[in-house]
Design a protein around this ligand. Sequence first.
Ligand code: AMP
Ligand code: MG
Length: 492
Amino acid sequence: MTVHFPFQNTYAALPAGFFARVAPTPVVAPRLIKLNRPLAIHLGLDPDRLSSPEGTEILAGKRVPDGADPIAMAYAGHQFGHFVPQLGDGRAILLGEVIDADGVRRDIQLKGSGPTPFSRRGDGRAALGPVLREYVVSEAMAAMGIPTTRSLAAVMTGESVMRETVLPGAVLTRVASSHIRVGTFQYFAARGDTEGVRQLADHVISRHYPQAAQAERPYHALLQGVIARQAELIARWLLVGFIHGVMNTDNSSISGETIDYGPCAFLDQYDPATVFSSIDEQGRYAYANQPRIALWNLTRLAECLLPLFSSDQDKAISEAQTLLADFAETFDAAYQAGLRAKLGLFTARDGDAALAQDLLGAMAQNQADFTLTFRRLGEAALDAAQDSEVRALFTDPAAYDEWAVRWRQRLGEEPQDATRRRNAMRSVNPAFIPRNHRVEAVIQAAMNRDDFAPFEELLTVLSKPYDDQPAFAAYAEPPLPDQRVLQTFCGT
Ligand code: AMP
Ligand code: MG
């Protein structure tokens, strides 16, 4: 039973300086933990063959499938504001690209598959915990309709990895519309390799921004496109309470997908200053800082593209600044439209932003759970008797009552019937998010007891984030005080 991957590789056809050809390092005893069968089918892969012993060996990097052209991609990046001219795939190997059922080209990459020329002092491996976290959170994001890389499979390697302690090793098979990052452009720009920047830009245009090729100035249109997608992506993050945790330029995707899930987590109670990542001591990547950081990262991208804009540097800079100025507007439009939908508003009026902001302010002051507040607001829109369920989330319930009077007045200005409004609110306010204490419990069960049932159950619940799923109601609940997990670790 041969596993067939219909590879059509284009990145590996770029000039040699773009990557290093390197095969995955075989592992001792691969064991399949999870295969994403619907995703496999969508990619044109046979899930039965992929879960066979041969398929498992491929997903563990023990066997290279026919047609693969394994490479580690070169990139640079600003890490916490400091530029590192060479990072690259130190523990990931791109097997190749396939065209999915929608006609979209998708990278298939093994993460944790062994050392590469970019490993520096790292071992090229991944630990089970971070692999499970990335699997759960990326699939939850996809189910919520947020652009993201996907998880095709998780395997254990049968080998240990050394971190602070000895941990079980694992490999994640990641699927992305590409793994090209802001840092990929920085890699060439930092070397003064304008031709490399141009070749990369041309590749990105044909792959992700084909309409830019028709534009009068394609490289300007490219930057404009990346800015718009990043602005919309970050708005989506904020609207579900997602904190990426390590928004370095090398973790910022050119295609506009969420990428490189490390110490990421979701808000429970609403606090814009929330930071989970143990390495983010200054709060650079705090929840509410994410739009600002995205713009900072896009400014680094713009700097790389300047030589393609014009040989007159002042002119190039002023053109880039004009495009970067659109970020705030695009982000704000997406964020405000998202907030209106979360509040059940079908039209835009003056005062809506203040109405939303005042709710968020009251939530922050009263430690209200972000996800539950909006979810329950949908029921309150249908039936005011449900207000009790919302107000119970506020330490001072009167703070909600005051706000709710204004909200109802505003709802009264729209003709929509209450059921339609409630249903619309349910479709944008998830009941289920990957709450950090649940993700941690899944990881602990897998590591301490070799028990993957909690992982499976969490994935099942999160695959339908907008359904009530009464059988799984406990998964909608915030952590009890003693269950709260306040820090996340990269585990690299
Ligand atoms: P990350 O924190 O996963 O975004 O990785 C930042 C950089 O460190 C990238 O260049 C990674 O490839 C590299 N890296 C992270 N972990 C390892 C590891 N265990 N071995 C080698 N390189 C690593
Ligand atoms: Mg990274």
